[in-house]
Design a binder for this molecule. Structure first.
Ligand SMILES: *[C@@H]1O[C@H](CO)[C@@H](O)[C@H](O)[C@H]1NC(C)=O
Length: 211
């Protein structure tokens, strides 16, 4: 192959790979979500509203067991995030409230406290080391992808934080709900956690589990 032929081929490959780069891929929420996200809505159907989400201005309802609310701006609520590796959520935590021990399998998190005082922490998977900090207004903390973590209101008034994720669909699995809010048979919960029958039955009662 001559140098010229090689150059032409190379520039064709470059331009071909460029042609595949899109400005955005707004989620088509009517199609199923795959490992790489949603398929793209037709560009002609995209509007500015796909890139705007107004839901984080409103406090979540904290009249619940955990006295806290997580309002998500994940791809399902905010389709313009699809494919961009980012998302947001708002945490409202009433006095005495907590976002119980949980994990986001799909992304790392960074939290910014806007109001109140939050005791937050995560646990490493390599050594089960606990990293704890009391955070005040203006403080930020990172929770690495997949690691168990929590946020607890340790102040006297309401706490508010904004969190952002390195995924449009980071997921949220709360340990207590995974163990006690479903039909995981009590005997197996006890056998796999070393908790006793009374504790497991009590928590299933509180969290609405069966079995
Ligand atoms: C908050 O949730 C509680 C419990 O579900 C409900 O009774 C109450 O009406 C809700 N408050 C608002 C403002 O939606």
């Amino acid at each position: 192959m001559s140098i010229l032929q090689t150059l032409i081929l190379f520039s064709f490959l470059l331009s071909a790979s460029h042609a595949a780069v899109q400005d955005f891929c707004v989620a088509d929420l009517s199609a199923p979500e795959g490992p790489a996200g949603y398929s793209c809505k037709k560009v002609s159907a995209v509007t500015v509203n796909d890139f705007v989400f107004s839901g984080l201005g409103v406090a979540g309802n904290t009249s619940n067991l955990i006295k806290a609310a997580v309002t998500t701006a994940f791809v399902n609520q905010f389709p313009g995030l699809n494919g961009l590796g980012i998302s947001l959520a708002r945490l409202d935590i009433a006095p005495g409230g907590v976002i119980p021990l949980h994990t986001h399998p799909g992304g790392s998190e960074v939290l910014l406290v806007l109001q109140g005082t939050i005791c937050a922490g995560f646990i490493s998977s390599s050594a089960n080391t606990v990293y704890l900090k009391t955070l005040n207004k203006g403080d930020s903390m990172i929770f690495p992808q997949g690691l168990l973590h929590f946020q607890l209101n340790s102040g006297k008034g309401p706490a508010l934080a904004i969190v952002s994720f390195s995924s449009p669909s980071p997921g949220l699995q709360i340990v207590d709900f995974a163990l006690f809010a479903n039909n995981f048979p009590s005997e197996l919960v006890e056998a796999t956690t070393f908790l006793d029958d009374a504790q497991v039955k009590k928590l299933k009662g509180v969290l609405g589990g069966t079995g």
